[in-house]
Design a protein around this ligand. Structure first.
Ligand code: NAD
Length: 471
């Protein structure tokens, strides 16, 4: 078992002021993977002091210098990709071969963020005014466990590009890839204090980070419940708060869509990462006259996905990220049954042959009404609700009947038809006719799914202030 006894503050590995360690568990084996030290409030203060001290110099570097640092970081991380993938698989269960793609490929986005550093040098003359961009300052970053490296890169890369300094706290479930990231920061010799890493419990460190007088901005990815609390806490100091929160995304399949292809896409979209994807299309909306056929296709596809050991090459569905997440998902499955939804496949029993570990069967519910709890709340597990509809009007209305608005999907007969429907859905994104994920496109939510946009050229906008000088 690995043991990590130090925090990364001011360019150095230092012993924490806090005491005790948090155990990282492997959700496939339930065994211990690592012990990671806990920071306390003094460590929070030390990390923000380091980030504040580094800010004047780092924010004054040229775009070319920062781009150079980001490229160095990119090359060094490329060399650690296997370690990063294994760290994620061991701590949250994403199958290794899949983790190499969906969890670790995001490293390549650093190259693009190096180029975006130059956007900070864009100036605009408006009559007698000169408008310039300046780094927002010291950032507090709090990230979740489901795509832990992706969430790190989505915040750290634009912050570096724009000249911000930062203090990052990963989820205590998955701190290992962040520790590798800090090792890489130390290896390339990034100026001290620009990047600081604290490990420990969100409940202990979160409030202090969010309310810290030296934090100019908070960027949080996680549940809507924690996001609400963070926004309230940060309100007192009017600091910028960027929230990337939960989702319950709809997927409208139209009558003239290729049913087999569309349903198969929808099932695999949810089951990857064992349903723990914020943008997963967990409400599948199907024309009533195609409903029976669609449920049969969904059953066949779900039952064809191999569930099991995340280290096995052919596994598609690993365990949930933790035993407590497994309990949460099972409670939702029970709730669905209690509310009258019917199982197409899956359910409460353990997948065959998996006597321990945080496994849940890929589960599909039919006869779901959109007002049911399982259609309204984010389950964050391998669970799909299939909902019938009669007209596109009704489908759009069901799609929008949610407190969330993170993502969506439409599969129609033509791209034009799908885009027309997509534009009527109140969500920050839409997957059109099976479109691919794009690291260069902005990602973020409407409604209670958040207020920020990460990735792509929009992903740096949150990290700068605009100054207007009247000449
Ligand atoms: P969570 O809200 O429980 O925890 C997220 C982070 O907040 C962790 O680092 C945790 O330690 C910290 N935290 C906990 N209590 C805190 C407090 N009181 N103050 C400050 N920080 C605190 O979320 P989770 O269970 O780790 O992640 C799953 C959630 O993240 C899902 O709802 C998912 O949809 C969402 N998510 C959203 C996006 C997006 O881009 N919108 C991406 C990934 C995940």
């Amino acid at each position: 078992m690995q043991r990590f006894d130090k925090l990364f503050i001011n360019g150095e590995w230092v012993p924490p002021h806090g005491s005790g360690h948090t155990t990282v568990f492997n959700p496939a084996t339930e065994g211990e993977v690592a012990q990671v030290c806990n920071a306390d409030l003094d460590d929070v203060n030390a990390a923000f002091a380091a980030a504040r001290a580094a800010f004047p110099i780092w924010s004054a570097t040229s775009a070319a210098e920062r781009a150079d640092w980001i490229r160095k970081l990119h090359s060094a991380l490329e060399r650690r990709k296997d370690d990063l993938a294994m760290a994620i698989t061991q701590s949250m269960g994403c199958p290794l071969e899949i983790a190499k793609i969906i969890q670790v490929n995001c490293v390549k986005a650093l190259e693009k963020f190096a180029g975006r550093a130059y956007e900070m040098e864009v100036e605009k003359r408006i009559n007698n005014s000169l408008v310039v961009r300046e780094a927002v300052g010291v950032c507090a970053f709090i990230t979740p466990w489901n795509y832990p490296l992706y969430q790190l890169i989505g915040k750290v890369a634009p912050a570096l590009a724009t000249g911000c300094t930062m203090v990052l706290k990963p989820s205590s479930v998955t701190p290992l890839q962040d520790i590798i990231f800090a090792e890489v920061v130390a290896e390339i010799g990034l100026p001290k204090g620009v990047f600081n890493l604290l490990t420990g419990k969100g409940g202990v460190l979160g409030d202090a980070m969010v309310t810290h007088p030296e934090a100019d901005m908070v960027s949080f990815t996680g549940s809507t419940a924690t996001g609400k609390r963070i926004q309230q806490l940060a309100a007192d100091s009017i600091k910028r708060v960027c929230l990337e929160l939960g989702g319950k995304s709809p997927f409208i399949i139209t009558e003239n869509a290729p049913l087999e292809q569309a349903v198969s896409f929808g099932v695999k979209d949810v089951m990857i990462n064992t349903g723990q994807t914020c943008i997963a299309l967990t409400r599948m909306l199907v024309p009533a006259n195609k409903y029976e056929e669609a449920t049969q296709i969904a059953k066949k596809v779900a039952e064809s996905l191999k569930v099991g050991d995340p280290l096995a090459k052919d596994t598609y569905v690993g365990p949930m990220s933790s035993m407590s997440q497994r309990e949460t998902v099972l409670k939702y499955i029970q709730k669905g049954l209690d509310e009258g939804a019917k199982l197409v496949t899956g359910g409460l029993e353990r997948p065959k042959g998996l006597t321990h570990g945080a496994y849940v069967k890929p589960t599909i519910f039919r006869d779901v009404h959109n007002k049911m709890t399982i259609a309204q709340e984010e389950i964050f597990g391998p669970v799909i609700c299939m909902i019938p509809y009669n007209t596109i009007e009704e489908a759009v209305s069901i799609a929008n009947d949610s407190i969330y608005g993170l993502s969506s999907g439409v599969w129609a007969g033509t791209q034009e038809e799908a885009i027309r429907i997509a534009r009527r859905i109140r969500a920050g994104g839409c997957y059109v006719n099976g479109g691919d994920f794009n690291y260069d496109a902005p990602l973020g939510g409407y409604k209670q799914s958040g207020n920020g946009r990460e990735w792509g050229e929009f992903g740096i906008h949150e990290f700068y202030e605009i100054k207007s000088m009247q000449l």
